[in-house]
Design a protein around this ligand. Structure first.
Ligand code: PMP
Length: 449
């Protein structure tokens, strides 16, 4: 019996010891192979064990691994920031480096508030966000997260930032259908602004495609154009949380690229370093930075490890790899194959209510009734059962349940590394087919279906 060690997500549970990885595969110390169908936490975009990244890191570490951002900058950090300025839309030209997605959203919150303070506007301190969202686990980021399960224990410490309904067509909060709905989900932002008062609101934060809280939920056409228009009307900064959707995951370099919208601030994490090192970023527009530059000059945020050269060098090498291997295109093409294959499985298994997503951020929602979209009872733990059946068969999929208001939910995501091949997509679909068959058998045997 262990009496010390790493605090694992489920205490007392055995976690396999991974010895190495290559491409989409991971191997444990017992020799078992797993397909990393979730890229870890939708992170390892370029796949495991890429030698170019290890070499770039070794080279940087042997030169200088760390300099403190208050004293120095580094070639690696400047190169990465320049690269991001080239790639990011509009005038998103300035990057503040941090170490996790949560820190990136915290930093975005602070920059948005500071932007107004520098102009003498001190009342704009609230951040609007949506229900069915996830922006991180630290208290500021959790305040912005409309993820009931993750908020539950800490509600007394949190700000009530989630005030806007999610654009979740499969379970429309307004019981409407697109396009007849007139985009009520978009109008809900204006309702919340009028209720809270635009003079109190600094920013609106959103995941371009909802990830952990709901499972690859993309809004209907026209939604983000409407959001942008409303935010401009009320002088509210837009923050696109691209921590999960960024760096090619959705078949475009950034999630917002699917729509005609340019945010004022964009956060990145996960795929930026593809998991080779902890790294995240808050990218800020010229407009906002120039106001701070004319004011106190200093962005009031920062961490010891911010912009460290070692992580920056790893990210530069990851970005080069994404480009040279055309991974954004591969994400789009393999994502289409994955969705087509899952839609075929949907015909075979009546518990699949919805298949959705873009690129290789693909969601599957389980329901007990196809017509009414009635979910399974929470205690049936259908999503969890599916995850563990897949795990047994050597396929990792991502849990996206617990984040929807008023409903436990049984959504999961398939999000393999963007290097996945057509043959490997088929391999994943085959294991899903077998796992679905086993899940059905279990549900029927237990009288749940
Ligand atoms: N934003 C989004 C959209 C995320 O998906 C996540 C992580 N799942 C975060 C923020 C938080 O990132 P981290 O876990 O690196 O703090």
């Amino acid at each position: 019996m262990e009496n010390r060690g790493v605090i694992k997500p489920m205490l007392g549970t055995h976690y396999p010891m991974i010895s190495h990885g290559k491409g989409i595969y991971l191997y444990d110390d017992q020799g078992k192979q797993y397909i990393d169908g979730s890229s870890g936490a939708v992170t390892v975009n370029i796949g495991h064990g890429v030698d170019e990244i290890a070499m770039a890191m070794a080279e940087q570490a042997s030169k200088v691994a760390f300099v403190y951002r208050s004293h120095f900058t580094s070639q690696a950090a400047e190169r990465l920031a320049n690269k991001l300025a080239d790639l990011a839309p509009g005038d998103l030209n300035w990057t503040f480096f941090v170490n996790s997605g949560s820190e990136a959203t915290e930093t975005a919150l602070k920059i948005a508030i500071q932007y107004f303070q520098e102009q003498g506007i001190t009342s704009k301190t609230k951040i609007l966000s949506r229900w069915t969202s996830y922006h991180g686990i630290t208290l500021g980021a959790l305040s912005m997260s409309g993820h009931l399960m993750r908020r539950a224990r800490f509600t007394d410490l949190l700000e009530d930032f989630p005030a806007v309904s999610a654009p979740y067509c499969y379970r429309c909060p307004f019981h409407s259908t697109y396009p007849g709905c007139g985009l009520q989900c978009g109008e809900d932002l204006e309702r919340a602004i009028l209720e809270i008062g635009a003079e109190n609101i600094a920013a609106f934060i959103f995941e371009p495609i909802i990830g952990a809280a709901g499972g690859a939920i993309a809004p209907p056409p026209g939604y983000y154009e409407k959001i942008q228009e409303i935010c401009h009307k009320y002088n509210i900064v837009t923050i696109a949380d691209e921590v999960m959707t960024g760096m090619g995951r959705t078949g475009k370099l950034f999630g917002v690229n699917h729509w005609n919208m340019t945010p004022d601030i964009m956060t990145l994490g996960k795929g930026l370093s593809a998991g080779y090192t902890p790294m995240a970023a808050t990218i800020v527009s010229d407009r906002i930075i120039s106001v701070i530059k004319q004011g106190t000059k200093s962005v009031m945020s920062g961490h010891t490890f911010s912009a460290n050269p070692l992580s920056a060098a790893a990210c530069c090498a990851v970005l080069d790899y994404v480009e040279s291997h055309h991974l954004v295109h591969n994400s789009e093409a393999r994502g289409e194959e994955m969705i087509t294959g899952l839609k075929e499985l949907m015909m075979k298994y009546a518990i699949i209510g919805d298949v959705r997503g873009k690129g290789l951020m693909v969601g599957v929602e389980f329901v007990s009734d196809l017509m009414t979209h009635r979910p399974f009872p929470a205690e049936a733990k259908v999503g969890e059962q599916f995850l563990s059946i897949c795990f047994e068969k050597g396929l990792i999929v991502y849990p996206a349940f617990g984040g929807v208001r008023g409903y436990e939910g049984d959504s999961i995501m398939i999000a393999p590394p963007l290097v996945v091949t057509s043959a490997q997509v088929k391999e994943i679909l085959n294991i899903m087919d077998e796992s679905l068959s086993e899940l059905m058998t279990r549900l029927i045997a237990s009288g749940r279906y």
